[in-house]
Design a protein around this ligand. Sequence first.
Ligand SMILES: *Cc1c(COP(=O)(O)O)cnc(C)c1O
Length: 369
Amino acid sequence: MDAEIPYLLLTPGPLTTTKSVREAMQVDYSTWDVDYNQRVVEIRNRLVQLATNESGYTSVLMQGSGTFAVEATIGSVIPPDGKLLVISNGAYGARIAQITRCLNISLKELSYPETEPPDLDEIRNYLATDNQITHVAMVHCETTTGMLNPAAEVGKIVAEAGKDYILDAMSSFGGIPLSMESHHVDYLISSANKCIQGVPGFGFVIANQKMLEQTAGFARSLSLDLFSQWNEMEHKGGKWRYTSPTHVVCAFLQALKELETEGGIQQRYDRYSENQSTLVTAMQKQGLNTLLPRELQSPIITSFYYPEHPQFSFNEFYDELKKRRYVIYPGKVSQAETFRIGNIGNVFPDDMLALVEHIEQVLHTITVS
Ligand SMILES: *Cc1c(COP(=O)(O)O)cnc(C)c1O
């Protein structure tokens, strides 16, 4: 572990970044400065290139955490008489539905248990019966559990039904290969502090440009107006509306360059997958089992059941691991007692093995005391 960092974040974001990404924040830029705006232009181009090889796509950056970018998208791309179908099987899918209700947009939610994938036949049948639906939204990697949802299969159904598809790829984009066209995605949402390995401060949307251009005037918010933000960035050389997180933007460009140096998304996916399988194999040797079966599991974050021991307390477990410089994540599943370990960020299989050694020692001290 890097001696300069107080602890390794094994969380789904903010996550452990490289020293060079953190160092990229040492310069103060003016938001009016051409040096800065050129970085924004470069970021927007690189994001589109990561998401597709085809033309016709564009990107928008939006201040705030990932949820702000989700809210900007839902509130800006659905027309006044539109209706959104939300497919949910976890807290982040439920959050999209909550945003939709908050904005008074017509909504149908098809929700599934947190440990089950969505039912493709039910989605297809629902779309055939409700002709008011204009858009469909789903989470790609449901960070609640670590489940990888069938984004391409759902995209195909949505495209066949002639609806627009919004994918919350917050915790997967940059870490799991996907393309706008292969997954039939019209709006893909992610943020700076997940698999691209930047620091928190903004989210982004990669969009079908023709569709986005048709959404002028739909926004239910001034600051979270996706079209207006895009229009400014596109036509004013990388300018944001309102103050942008300049330091975060510089860190993000560095993070994008490091993703390229690593070999791209496929190589990053391979590393995360190795992190995840190394972790699970070592945890299972300690008798710690995963919530999800392997076929539903993403390489992003893994949920584990609490150990079967009457003295186990998550808070104590967490504190002991933190003393040993590993920060894990509490569970978010409602029906089971779990904790989570993130597999993303500047972390490697050896970090996973070292963590599990500490877990073994900590569980030993908890159970003998
Ligand atoms: C992290 C995350 C978000 C956004 O969370 P913020 O805390 O607002 O950054 C949204 N959806 C998913 C699937 C996520 O993992």
